[in-house]
Ligand binder design. Structure first.
Ligand code: ZN
Length: 110
């Protein structure tokens, strides 16, 4: 080790439950700051996570869809693969947030 947290605190070896994109990676080694509590995963584990995410095809869920019209609203259709992945249904509530002029973020509320 020999390095410190951004906050200046000491890092201690520890274990943490790692979950990313809803995938459970189990309990893994990490280093945790004894001052602010920030957890740092090793490069190896991060690479392994990226590999696993690629393998599971999460990034492959990206789709281009056409917007249609219904009354005064525009309708965005969600492809079934994305619906399944997000575990949403026809009565789900989502929050829409325009991140910038070209990006719309959709947060699933339940
Ligand atoms: Zn810290």
């Amino acid at each position: 080790m020999g390095y410190k947290c951004k906050c200046g605190g000491e890092l201690r070896k520890s274990h943490t439950e790692v979950e990313f994109y809803g995938i459970d990676f189990g309990v893994r080694e990490c280093e945790v700051c004894s001052s602010c509590g920030t957890e740092y995963l090793s490069e190896d584990i991060i690479e392994e996570m990226e590999e696993e995410i690629k393998n599971r095809g999460i990034f492959a869920l990206e789709r281009a869809v056409k917007i249609t019209k219904s009354g005064n609203s525009l309708v965005l259709r969600l492809p079934p693969e994305i619906v399944k992945f997000l575990e949403i249904h026809h009565k789900s509530t989502v929050r829409l947030f325009p991140a910038d002029k070209h990006r719309l973020e959709v947060e699933v509320l339940g």
